[in-house]
Write a protein that binds this ligand. Structure first.
Ligand SMILES: Nc1ncnc2c1ncn2[C@@H]1O[C@H](COP(=O)(O)OP(=O)(O)O[C@H]2O[C@H](CO)[C@@H](O)[C@H](O)[C@H]2O)[C@@H](O)[C@H]1O
Length: 587
């Protein structure tokens, strides 16, 4: 059940991971004490009825067993209906392993490339800290160099749309392969690389004089996925005990719970954490989930678990997924821990970058279009893609797309399993993806078996992904689980109708078509079986062919859906306010 690759990581280079001392931080800036925080208004008390009844949170990991927290903030942030910007302006620091357009292997890069801009536009001061995987000519080197885990790192700075992008320079990031691995597998020093990123993210607000003024200690850190999960751990273990970052709060953002950053127990000593923090990071798999661990009892260091144990708040990328990860089916072993922190866990639906994904301005398209010339625009893009891919140029044939990582999550195998039925219909199928070697072979088989009907493009190609999104009539998303999913949002924005497994964020965003009252933006199916998938496909093809007005109305409704970041940004602000009201979870 757990990512086997993690178990293959033998150990990180001990030379590179020599820990630095946990001593007091040398830079002490103006430290705000809790009493200096914004006073609560009456509206806060309406939202948080039991705020004044602090509740002990029992059995939390970390050195201190007993903590006090304002349990009332278990509310969903969307109860704060207004999307007008928060009156409190925050210093927000995203720490992430990917940020588009500089680095992207999937949706994490997209979100960290667009949400920060939306928050900056609402008046917050926003920084994104990410690795410098390549030369980014627009990012200029600062004069600041600092020692992290025994290594010297540098910082490069670029400002775009009011966001400070900080790229952390170290030789371990610049590699000829991918961001996380190459043809030989995942890099053996990933734990070190992302521990270094987490510490660099914590140093940047203190050390960098951006625009002449450092961000300082009063920050909200948004630590994204396991790669940045050490941010809340270090904050609690290395900074707060020395009086640094007392006003700061951490929010752990889960984009995908399946990837947890699991390493051998002995690697804990390379993280530069005080020894008594081992338990915070330790994870013991139940016997049925052990996969030949070198430790007899299935023990490991689990980076995400450390973050979940120490973050002040936890956010995931849809309300549906926030619920699912608290169940044994969706929790990948961490469900109990997530349930125990349920009062601090919220689901906020992702938005999209509506400059990059706008059919009216998209430079990758054969022809731009809007809601007023939707049918003509999509027809031109369908013809263009058919020409480019050597498929028969037919406007009447339903063109069906699939874009995504080729792995267990995305259900590419479901597409291959349904292909014989699907391609016996008069349709064209275009798939784009990269990942699992077996599924890549499946894509090639698809193309060879149905040369006049199917294309299986193996690779990561952003322009083609835009072209497919615009050209397709239907987009397949048979994901087994999907924290949010962005492709269905892009599809709807382009008047392409999604067919999705009703799970996580897909269930939250794709409203099933109801022919009786003319509502809905797509088709969903459940359970996640080939039969249910084929049944949804059959209904959608019937609607496409026999009920063209209904199909066009479906497309229009999708196109008009508000997928901007505005609502999500307002919900994040609410979460930041809750985080600031509570005492630090771990101190
Ligand atoms: N071969 C290819 N060529 C070009 N582009 C490709 C591609 N394969 C994928 N992409 C692009 O990568 C992005 C994938 O985004 P998703 O949200 O679908 O998935 P991902 O699982 O990576 O993200 C995780 O994080 C995001 C963000 O929170 C969640 O939405 C999601 O559910 C969660 O699994 C999209 O922009 C897509 O177009």
């Amino acid at each position: 059940m757990f990512p086997r690759a993690c178990w293959l990581v033998q150990s990180i280079n001990s030379g590179q991971t020599a820990g630095r001392s946990a001593g007091p931080h040398s830079h002490r800036h103006q430290v705000l004490v809790p009493g200096q925080r914004r006073a609560l208004g009456s509206s806060d008390l309406l939202l948080l009825p039991s705020l004044l009844q602090p509740t002990p949170c029992a059995s939390q990991p970390g050195p201190k067993a007993h903590r006090v927290c304002a349990r009332a903030s278990a509310q969903q942030p969307n109860e704060a209906s207004a999307t007008s910007p928060s009156t409190t302006k925050f210093n927000i620091v995203f720490v992430t392993s990917e940020v588009a357009p500089w680095s992207k292997t999937g949706g994490l890069g997209d979100v960290c490339g667009s949400l920060p801009g939306a928050l900056a536009a609402r008046g917050h001061r926003v920084m994104v800290v990410a690795p410098r995987y390549a030369e980014y000519p627009e990012a200029l080197e600062t004069t600041v160099r600092t020692q992290i885990l025994g290594e010297e790192v540098s910082f490069f700075h670029h400002v775009n749309k009011g966001v400070d992008y900080i790229f952390v320079g170290h030789t371990s990031y610049m590699r000829p392969g991918g961001l996380y691995g190459d043809a030989h597998g995942v890099y053996g020093d990933n734990q070190f690389r992302f521990a270094m990123l987490s510490l660099a993210g914590l140093e940047a607000p203190l050390q960098l004089n951006l625009g002449g003024v450092p961000y300082g200690e009063d920050c909200i850190f948004i630590a994204n996925d396991w790669h940045a999960s050490l941010v809340p751990v270090y904050l609690a273990a290395k900074y707060r005990p020395h009086g640094v970052y007392l006003p700061a709060r951490s929010v752990l953002a889960i984009h995908n719970l399946r990837h947890q950053g699991v390493f051998p127990p002995s690697t804990f000593w390379g993280l530069g954490l005080p020894g008594n923090w081992y338990q915070c990071m330790e994870w013991q798999y139940p016997p049925e989930q052990r996969q030949g661990s070198y430790e007899e009892e299935g023990r490991a260091v689990n980076t995400l678990k450390g973050g979940l144990s120490t973050a002040d708040r936890i956010v995931t990328v849809s309300p549906g997924y926030a619920w699912e990860i608290q169940t044994p089916e969706g929790g990948w072993g961490l469900e109990q821990m997530l349930r125990s922190r349920g009062y601090a866990l919220n689901g906020v639906l992702n938005g999209i970058d509506d400059e990059e994904w706008n059919p009216e301005t998209d430079r990758h398209l054969f022809q731009q279009y809007s809601h007023s010339n939707l049918s003509r625009g999509k027809a031109a893009n369908k013809a263009g893609l058919q020409r480019e891919l050597g498929l028969p140029e037919r406007p009447d044939v339903p063109l069906i797309g699939f874009i995504g990582r080729l792995d267990y999550q995305k259900g590419a195998d479901m597409v291959l399993a349904a292909a014989p039925w699907l391609l016996a219909q008069d349709v064209q199928l275009v798939c784009l993806g990269t990942g699992d070697a077996g599924l890549e072979a499946g894509m090639r088989w698809l193309e060879n078996a149905y040369p006049d009907k199917a294309r299986g493009w193996v690779g990561f190609n952003v322009p083609i992904s835009h072209k497919i999104t615009a050209a397709a009539d239907l987009l397949l998303m048979p994901s087994r689980f999907e924290p949010c999913g962005l492709n269905q949002l892009y599809a709807m924005r382009y008047g392409t109708v999604p067919i999705a497994h009703a799970t996580g964020g897909l269930r939250d965003t794709v409203i099933p078509f109801n022919p009786w009252d003319g509502t809905g933006t797509g088709w969903t199916f459940s359970p996640c079986t080939c039969e249910a998938f084929v049944s949804a496909l059959a209904t959608s093809l019937d609607t496409f062919r026999e009920h063209q007005d209904s199909f066009r109305a479906l497309q229009q409704r999708g196109l008009e859906r508000d997928s901007s970041w505005n609502k999500a940004a307002a919900e994040y602000e609410q979460i930041f306010e809750w985080a600031k009201m509570d005492n630090p979870y771990c101190s």
